[in-house]
Design a protein around this ligand. Structure first.
Ligand SMILES: NC(=O)C1=CN([C@@H]2O[C@H](COP(=O)(O)OP(=O)(O)OC[C@H]3O[C@@H](n4cnc5c(N)ncnc54)[C@H](OP(=O)(O)O)[C@@H]3O)[C@@H](O)[C@H]2O)C=CC1
Ligand SMILES: CC(C)(CO)C(=O)C(=O)O
Length: 304
């Protein structure tokens, strides 16, 4: 674990989309650490619309893992399905003292990076803030929950909170981290597929016919979460349904933006995780299975 309370740290952010662009921009703007970004295209400056201010920051962006060397912190912010593609970055950036904050949706954060990160420690991060890539050099971050990220209740998590000091990213240590991972997954198996498949922003969730669908998706997923020992309350399906209806109608979702841009969808890490866990426990998930088939068909027709 790296100590960050006072020392200047070397930070690398892999991926400069909605989540990574906001994190890299906010850390660079705060100026407390040496931040590099690892991307697929060169970039010199980025406009970052933070919740309370819009800033333009000069970025140091590497495009070739051969130019990278081990750092104190790696923030992995690609989509889950692009983790393998980011493997060369992880290998180059991770040493024995590196911590990798896996800022992705889903429930198997640590497993995704295990084969690339050598001895580096994985810190799973539940991301609640909304990040939108407006252009390659322009991202917007919005708070949509009390906390922007949730972390396990560990010293490493505290070191990450210290790292983020001076940025608008509000973090909490969560003793109920596993429950929260599943709670977030329940949100994602509703908001992401529905917005991506309908190509409509979150206002579409207010439709009565869509609410019938999302209730069914959530009830299946809640049964699977219970079998997994997630520790969620019996009311979690109804609670999640109510919660997603409070989200901004004009917000998209990470999967919605991929559908619009013709990129592959994060279907296996979200809906796929529920369907696979349901199969392990012998719990039928026909509605999520149907969504998964549609998402796979859409995703397989996409480019990258
Ligand atoms: N956006 C949101 O509001 C939220 C997103 N999340 C989760 O956060 C994670 C990140 O999502 P989001 O930021 O929206 O995703 P984006 O698609 O906006 O950004 C992903 C970034 O990763 C880059 N990337 C992909 N492969 C590589 C690679 N091999 N090397 C370097 N960069 C690479 C992409 O590059 P390129 O530009 O070339 O495609 C892109 O810049 C996902 O797991 C998502 O589910 C969680 C909560 C909210
Ligand atoms: C909850 C939501 C929809 C917030 O942006 C999200 O996690 C995503 O876009 O993937």
């Amino acid at each position: 674990m790296t100590s960050t309370a006072s020392s200047r740290q070397r930070v690398a952010v892999i991926g400069l989309g909605g989540i990574g662009g906001a994190a890299a921009g906010a850390l660079t703007h705060a100026g407390r650490h040496d931040v590099i970004a690892c991307g697929r295209r060169p970039l010199e400056r980025m406009r970052v619309d933070l919740p309370d201010e819009s800033v333009e920051v000069a970025m140091t962006v590497l495009t070739d893992p051969a130019d990278a060397s081990p750092v104190d912190w790696v923030l992995l912010t690609t989509k889950a399905q692009d983790t393998d593609g980011a493997g060369a970055w992880l290998r180059a950036l991770c040493g024995p003292d590196t911590t990798v904050a896996v800022m992705q949706n889903g429930i198997d954060h640590a497993e995704r990076i295990a084969s690339y990160a050598g001895g580096a420690e994985a810190l799973p991060v539940i991301v609640y803030y909304n990040g939108e890539r407006i252009a390659d050099d322009h991202v917007r971050m919005r708070h949509i929950s009390d906390a922007d990220i949730a972390l396990p209740d560990t010293d490493t998590a505290q070191a990450f909170i210290d790292l983020l000091e001076g940025t608008p990213i509000q973090a909490v240590r969560a003793p109920d981290f596993t429950a929260r991972q599943w709670q977030k997954l329940l949100i994602n198996i509703v908001v992401n597929p529905v917005t991506a498949l309908t190509r409509q922003r979150q206002g579409v969730l207010q439709r009565e016919d869509i609410q019938t669908l999302t209730t069914a998706l959530l009830e299946e997923a809640a049964a699977v979460a219970e079998a997994e020992g997630a520790g969620l309350p019996a009311s979690v399906a109804a609670d999640t349904q109510r919660l997603v209806l409070t989200f901004p109608h004009d917000a998209g979702s990470s999967m919605y933006f991929d559908a619009l841009a013709g990129r592959r969808l994060e279907a296996e890490a979200l809906t796929g995780a529920v369907v696979r866990a349901g199969a392990r426990h012998g719990i039928p998930t026909p509605m999520n299975g149907a969504m998964l088939a549609l998402l796979r068909a859409l995703s397989d027709g996409m480019g990258t």
